[in-house]
Write a protein that binds this ligand. Structure first.
Ligand code: CO
Length: 169
């Protein structure tokens, strides 16, 4: 059972400024655990706190490289470098059923605070790099459809409106 419901596109929380986590408390550790559980329950590769209605800089990712669970919790993440921008298809738990190609760095370096209160550096490639960029964007109120060409974005908005009307959003 998922601990949280996922906020869908249209909710203002997805555009809100998030606050940095000041201290790794028991509550933050619990939140991270609950977010991981929620991510798996919805078959996502990542989940950011605003997506469960919490405006804090915390996200969880697991791209399961060899089919095994290996979640990472990123607190206050900052992407410090990126190279080789390519178009990759992606989706988002806040946009169920919508997949679009967006430009992302194929290789990145991200710095973040770990649950052990240590500053960590992670170098990521491919799917993991994409997931880190996607989730870090969420913590800055940015969504993957923001990268689409205006005409394409309009089509996506139209589709969502249609689905909202049908009660399917
Ligand atoms: Co997302």
């Amino acid at each position: 059972m998922a601990k949280f419901q996922i906020v869908k596109y249209g909710d203002q929380i997805l555009r809100s400024k998030t606050k940095p986590v000041e201290k790794i408390t028991k509550e933050i550790k619990q939140l991270a655990e609950d977010m991981i559980e929620t991510m798996y329950a919805f078959y996502g590769a990542g989940l950011a706190a605003p997506q469960i209605g919490i405006p804090l800089k915390i996200c969880v990712i697991d791209v399961m490289p060899d089919g095994k669970r290996n979640p990472v919790v990123l607190i206050n993440p900052v992407i410090v470098s990126g190279e080789n921008k390519i178009n990759m298809e992606e989706g988002c738990l806040s946009f169920p059923g919508i997949y679009e190609n967006v430009p992302r760095f194929d290789k990145i370096t991200v710095q973040y605070l770990g649950l052990n209160e240590q500053i960590k550096t992670l170098e990521a490639k491919g799917f993991l790099a994409k997931a880190v960029q996607h989730e870090t964007d969420h913590l800055n109120g940015k969504l993957f459809i923001d990268y689409l060409q205006p005409w394409k974005r309009k089509l996506v908005e139209k589709e969502i409106k249609r689905r909202k009307k049908g009660g399917d959003w």
